[in-house]
Design a protein around this ligand. Sequence first.
Ligand code: NZQ
Ligand code: ZN
Length: 383
Amino acid sequence: MNNFIYQNPVKIVFGKDQINSLGSLLPKNGKIMVTYGGGSIKQNGIYDSIVKALDGFSYIEFGGIEPNPKYETLMKAVQIGKQENVDFLLAIGGGSVLDGTKFIAAALPIDNDPWDILLGKTTVNTAIPIGTVLTLPATGSEMNGGAVISRISTKEKYAFISPLVMPQFSILDPQVCSSLPHKQIANGIVDTYVHVVEQYITYPVNAMVQDYFAESILKTLIEVAPKVLSENPAYDDFANFMWSATIALNGIIGSGVPQDWATHDIGHELTALHGIDHARTLAIVLPGLLSVMRSTKREKLEQYAYRIWGISAGTSDERIDEAIAKTIAFFESTGIKTRLNDYGVNGTTISVIASRFKSRGTILGENQDINYETVEKILNIRL
Ligand code: NZQ
Ligand code: ZN
């Protein structure tokens, strides 16, 4: 196992009706900015519960943060936050609202262009504290320091990570899932699955706890997916789904092990260029990546094939091919298509992505051996 330092200060308040405890978690003084998305919280009653809990607090609202949160929109929030001397941010939504709010938190205290944070030219040295009420299990943003921001003008999408934007608390009430469209539940399942795979199918470092933990999340997702996508999911199905998503990307299964993240980085380009939902880009890319990178991932791929899918017969390559086929079938069983052609994307986009990576000098993967040519190979087999 590799050396690691693990610290996660996020207070998780999990369970039925935990939104009622919001008032006791917020700072009593100062000015709160409540951030949310396109209005789903006003239809499903979450907004009303929040307003009730905020009785007596001084707050302003900033709504309209879109899926794949846009720098252009967030900068409006930054401007208002500065004018209003906001000193706490309360994000109500899915990964996009949470990520957007993390960006606002890091941008508020600085005077230079906060886009530099995404470009790695400015370090986050301080940030406004954040609390969250999660409405969509998927990204793990509620318990990590990551945020992914898009810029419309340049069709770019980049991530930044800072412990300073980890929420002080996150309220996770699985009941919020009942208003989610099937499409978003499927996205959440697949995003979570790929988060685990990016930290698990690399090369072995004899990290038994991390491996068994990762496998338990994958198995939970496979078991719970048809239930949460059924007509009448039970509370516990949503609870298991929600906790899987949080645990998958709160740093615990990734501590002390190599991590890949190439699927995410390639997927972000597909979202930036074509607006394809984040999880769907992962469902397209991952099977190609596992196939092309099989020589360096072989041991973990064989372990994945056996422990997750029970595959023990055949040559190593046959077992790996079968495990990839099962993975694709699982993604498709949630209603998510897995080929570029399914989204009207063709070879032109592959060339654009490859040349973007070439000009940026991007090298990806746990072994830092995925260059633009390998990215081209990965995407070509997903046409
Ligand atoms: O905007 P509203 O009206 O809230 O509607 C949203 C949105 O349209 C809707 N929704 C959310 N909760 C709902 C609901 N609809 C009904 N009932 C509810 N309870 O769902 C739609 C999608 O929301 P969004 O927040 O965009 O989805 P998700 O949570 O999948 O977040 C995706 C973003 O997170 C980033 C992605 O790149 C993408 O930008 N990621 C963030 C990560 C992180 N911070 O660690 C890691 C991930 O890998 C990912 O990259
Ligand atoms: Zn993701």
